[in-house]
Design a protein around this ligand. Structure first.
Ligand code: COA
Ligand code: AMP
Length: 639
């Protein structure tokens, strides 16, 4: 590897030699009330805790510190919303006063340090203020992505037990207005835990009906707070206290509550902005994700603000709002130096404008780097983006659990040569091994389970919300001494990491992480379904989409296509539109091994039109022909 120009090998070696010295140096970039008594306390928590003994406040470091340090008039947030035809900017000073007010409003609802607040909101600035206001008063936020339906929201309400829920009357998906309030009401109805109050941001596109005694109008509450000059101070919290809980798909319908702490999170994110992404304070940075995902938490909100950047919040799509030039327009208009998005967004642009003609209308002269994550960046998409934009296109790999990049190309330290299909090299903090089932290290270029040597670095989750047992069982037990990523892949002879697929039933749909197990629970709840399976099949745009297979109960006489439509609607109702669940195939029986395991791998190959061989353990080979025929009937698989 040509690394002469990069400081990466030295920096990584420095970390390996003494991780605590490395992270203590990085921690000097954060303002602490009390400095840590131990950089790493190996006896605390499940695998140790970072910055034990320290106290801090994440909102202070994201806002107050910059206002005090001369960034009062610098724009902190640009809200760019083609769906409402709005562009608004908020300086650090203005953001601070909004967050101080909102912190006070939350306190008036009785929210105290350690209390949870659910934020179920579209991509509007108030959602960012809400996250920071929680951080300010020491409350723990849990943002729930707007594309999830009532049942998913209810599960999160019951797990997080929020004192207050913050929401809005609607989201706007392209040309469609999606009312949020009916989903919120239904979720509260379904949940056992009831919040004390909800505060609803009424958007002009859709007026929500309020529930007497429980719901409060955001604007009126704000006006009242302004009138009485309410404010809130930063509450010092332990570095190891939770900043937020973010639910992510697990292997069952019950999502995992990933916990993020305050101290380690700040240190890791601040370090990443300069060293990984190569961004200077004061520059304009754009992460085109959603605040409902971890990428949005880390790189729309926390990292750019901790670093004193201007962050763009985009309420729109890569195509259709209004056209495939939308991303170029935003970059040019706001002078963004880098963009971080999911490969699927670029596939969408490429599909609509294969020659990139839209680009000619915009000046991207300040644009330096494109970062992709959320799913494997397929080489054709990378090449297309490189040829069009003439900037480095950097794939990097991370998970909700880690909160920041595991393997990437550290542009700030000097970029390493790009190898298509690889997420590049481990970041400091991560020692990555590829192992077999017996936890033996595999040689270069051999595919196996990708694992991370414990302890996890600052920023990564210390546990699951009030479920240490599930954390240990799901992540630490299978490969002793390691964190199991549940991703499979390999390292090449130079240590470049290639992440190829999941080892569990998680699928990645348009960069969104979804559990097929969770979808199967919904299919199985339909009264006519005897048996079912859901698996991810190839999709040109979204990478993967879910495909359901159902076997009907004996005696069901209704037409299969009617039942299939009902099931599509049921998944949309129970999980949400984000599941992109549109395909159900009725089959006579499901192919299984003699021990009764459904042969998902083989079904997937048939659906994807990939070569497949008859599994030796199959109980009846004819079933695979039946599956192939049924898929063809739905226009899927090889002709
Ligand atoms: N609120 C309500 N509904 C939502 C939603 C939200 N916040 N986000 C998505 N949905 C809906 C969509 O409208 C769509 O509904 P439909 O079935 O009625 O069309 C459905 O959920 C699926 O959404 P999505 O998978 O995003 O598909 P899409 O066709 O709307 O857009 C892309 C496709 C590729 C343009 C889009 O997925 C995209 O921009 N992806 C970027 C991925 C990303 O940001 N990933 C985050 C990790 S980095
Ligand atoms: P999420 O927790 O939603 O961020 O999803 C994490 C999962 O997305 C990982 O476990 C991977 O399976 C996949 N993923 C994310 N980024 C990449 C990448 N750059 N290359 C390959 N897979 C990725």
């Amino acid at each position: 590897m040509d690394v002469l120009a990069s400081r990466y090998p030295d920096v990584y070696a420095h970390w390996r030699q003494n991780p605590e010295v490395f992270w203590a140096e990085a921690a000097a970039d954060i303002d602490w009330y009390e400095k840590p008594t131990k950089i790493f306390d190996k006896d605390a928590g499940i695998y140790g805790r970072w910055f034990a003994g320290a106290t801090c406040n994440t909102c202070y470091n994201a806002l107050d510190r910059h206002v005090a340090g001369g960034r009062n008039g610098q724009v902190a947030l640009i809200y760019d919303s083609p769906v409402t035809d709005t562009v608004k900017t908020f300086t650090y000073g203005r953001m601070l006063s909004e967050v101080q007010l909102l912190g006070a409003m939350l306190r008036d609802f009785g929210v105290e340090k350690g209390d949870r607040v659910i934020i179920y909101m579209p991509m509007v600035p108030e959602a960012v203020f809400a996250m920071l206001a929680c951080a300010r008063i020491g409350a723990v936020h849990s943002v729930v992505f707007g594309g999830f339906a009532a049942k998913e929201l209810a599960t999160r309400i019951d797990d997080a037990k929020p004192k207050v829920i913050l929401s809005a009357s609607c989201g706007i998906e392209g040309a469609r207005v999606v009312p949020y309030k009916p989903m919120l009401d239904e979720a509260i109805h379904l949940a056992k835990h009831k919040p004390q109050a909800c505060m609803i941001l009424q958007r002009p596109q859709c007026e929500a009906t309020m529930v007497e005694g429980r719901d409060h109008d955001w604007r009126k509450t704000w006006e009242h707070a302004v009138e009485y000059a309410k404010t809130s101070e930063c509450v010092p919290v332990a570095a190891t206290d939770p900043l937020y809980i973010l639910y992510t798909s697990g292997t069952t319908g019950i999502p995992k509550g990933v916990v993020r702490d305050n101290g380690g999170h700040m240190v890791a994110l601040k370090w990443s902005m300069q060293n990984l992404y190569g961004i200077d304070p004061g520059e304009v940075w754009w992460c085109a994700s959603d605040i409902g995902w971890v990428v949005g938490h880390s790189y729309i909100v926390y990292a750019p603000l901790l670093h004193g950047c201007t962050s763009i919040m985009y309420e729109g799509k890569p195509v259709g709002t209004p056209d495939a030039g939308a991303f170029w327009r935003v970059i040019a208009q706001h002078k963004a130096v880098a963009l971080f998005t999911a490969p699927t967004a670029f596939r969408a642009i490429r599909k609509e404008d294969p020659e990139g003609k839209q680009l000619s209308h915009y000046d991207l002269s300040r644009f330096r780097t494109l970062f992709l994550a959320g799913e494997r960046a397929d080489p054709p998409t990378i090449q297309w983006a490189e040829d069009l934009l003439h900037v480095p296109v950097i794939d990097h790999w991370w998970q909700t659990e880690t909160g920041w990049c595991i393997a990437g190309n550290p542009v700030g330290l000097g970029a390493l040569p790009v190898r298509y299909g690889s997420a590049c090299v481990p970041m400091p903090g991560y020692e990555i091994d590829v192992v077999d089932e017996g936890c033996h290290k595999l040689p270069a270029n051999k595919i196996g389970s990708i694992v991370i040597k414990l302890p996890m670095p600052p920023g990564a989750f210390p546990t699951l919300w009030q479920d240490d047992a599930r954390f240990t069982q799901a992540y630490l037990e299978e490969f002793p001494g390691y964190y199991k990523t549940a991703d499979a892949g390999f390292k090449d002879e130079d240590g470049y990491v290639y992440v190829m697929s999941r080892t569990d039933d998680i699928i990645n749909v348009a960069g969104h992480r979804l559990s097929t197990g969770g979808m199967e629970e919904v299919l199985a709840s339909h009264p006519d379904v005897a048996e079912c399976a859901v698996l991810g099949i190839k999709d040109e745009l979204k990478g993967e989409v879910p495909c359901g297979f159902i076997v009907l109960k004996a005696g069901v006489s209704r037409a299969p296509d009617v039942i299939e439509k009902e099931i599509v609607a049921l998944v949309r109702e129970k999980i949400g539109p984000v599941a992109a669940f549109k395909l159900v195939v009725t089959v006579q029986r499901l192919p299984k091994t003699r021990s009764g395991k459904i042969l998902r791998g083989t079904i997937k190959k048939i659906a994807d039109g990939d070569p497949w061989t008859m599994p030796a353990t199959i109980d009846d080979p004819v079933i695979l022909d039946e599956i192939g025929t049924a898929l063809k009937g739905h226009g899927v698989g090889q002709s």
